[in-house]
Design a protein around this ligand. Structure first.
Ligand code: SF4
Length: 376
């Protein structure tokens, strides 16, 4: 075991190591406890019942995808006859812009475009152009297969960064993880195109599932070491109600860090901002950064600052929600911007979600909305 990474049995509980090396947190943004959003953009962040400031809005622009990842959109459920949303049910780009603008007046500073697979939505750069006018960081999550041909247009339209999902380097395992006929080389070409277009640092997300792709953890880490891209491993989660999730298929963040650290010593680094999802680590030899997103074994609900807008205009306050607030009805009913701000303000300030914290405490089983519908 290299001198730098302490032997596994002396590693403090995962979060503890952070505590030892963390430096003072970044300054908190102005908070607004009134529950009423400001009228100007940007305005101080409204807070929920656990004093969590609204910071991120994740916007799903389609419920369709060209992959069928069993942990998110299993083919057995999302088959040929699955009733995907009709075009008229989707929020238009103008409607999405109105909601995003109202959310910025409630404190949002970061927008993430998701899906399904967002690059399947026609004319997506036009939406990016609209949202890029807002005072926010604008990011997008994609499975990467269509990225090589779209990266430059997205960048020109005003996109800041992309996150690409890649669950394996081995094509056979990759195909098993996405249950589609996509090849790893297509995704790697997308990552290169994104970096060339200036959409960097490119973040790469891998969902690690025991007995399926956990053998790819080290090959992926070694592939992206020294590239400047940031690889993050996500603990397999019980999202939605279709993936047949089991705890014994979860590869814990601690296990992932030990596997990599045994070969390439790691040290913890501080979060870039309060509420950042991934725990950040860097290679002691300076060859870059990796992250782990430990929603199952290290719940981070206490810092969760994320609101989600579904493809058909419903606001959800948690990835594991079973119900949300319809905002499309307001939009198509002639609501003013003030009314939109009030609706978002009311939804957030009443929020008390902390599903992941309660996961192990045997809370009632609920029919959760599908991740492919609200985009992770
Ligand atoms: S479980 Fe819900 S509240 Fe907790 S971190 Fe995830 S989205 Fe946020």
């Amino acid at each position: 075991m290299p001198a730098t990474t302490p032997p596994p049995d002396t590693l403090p509980p995962y979060g503890g190591l952070m505590a030892q090396t963390a430096v003072s947190p970044a300054p908190t943004s102005e908070k607004n406890a009134s529950g009423t959003c400001g009228s100007r953009n940007p305005s101080p962040a409204i807070i929920d019942t656990l004093a969590r400031p609204l910071h991120d809005l994740r916007i799903s622009v389609t419920d369709r995808c060209n992959f069928r990842c069993p942990y998110c959109m299993p083919k057995t459920v999302f088959g040929r006859d699955y009733p995907f949303l009709a075009r008229t049910e989707l929020l238009s780009f103008e409607e999405i812009e109105r909601v995003a603008s109202a959310a910025v007046a409630c404190g949002v500073r970061k927008l993430r475009i998701t899906g399904g697979e967002p690059l399947l939505r026609k004319h997506l750069p036009r939406l990016i152009e609209r949202l890029a006018r807002l005072p926010v960081e604008l990011t997008l999550t994609t499975n990467g297969v269509l990225l090589a041909r779209n990266a430059q247009d997205l960048r020109n339209a005003g996109l800041n960064r992309v996150t690409v999902s890649l669950d394996a380097l081995d094509d056979a395992i990759f195909r098993r993880m996405n249950d589609a006929d996509a090849r790893v080389t297509e995704v790697l070409a997308g990552i290169d195109a994104a970096a060339a277009a200036g959409l960097s640092p490119v973040k790469i997300n891998c969902v690690a599932q025991r007995g399926v792709n956990d053998g790819e953890i080290l090959p992926l880490a070694e592939h992206f070491r020294g590239t400047g891209h940031i690889l993050r491993f996500i603990e397999y989660m019980d999202v939605g109600s279709s993936n047949g999730w089991r705890m014994d298929e979860v590869v814990t963040a601690r296990d992932i860090l030990e596997r990599i650290g045994a070969r390439h010593p790691l040290e913890a680094i501080e979060a870039a901002y309060p509420g950042e999802v991934a725990e950040r680590w860097r290679y002691r030899d300076g060859s870059g950064e990796i992250g782990v997103i430990a929603s199952v074994t290290q719940a981070f609900c206490r810092d969760c600052t994320r609101l989600r807008l579904s493809t058909d205009g419903t606001l959800y306050t948690c990835l594991f929600s079973s119900h949300g607030k319809d905002i499309r009805g307001l939009l198509r009913g002639g609501a003013s911007d003030d009314e939109l701000r009030s609706a978002i303000g009311a939804q957030w300030s009443a929020r008390s979600d902390r599903y992941s914290e309660l996961r192990q405490s045997g809370q009632p089983v609920i029919r959760k909305i599908e991740m492919s519908y609200i985009g992770g």
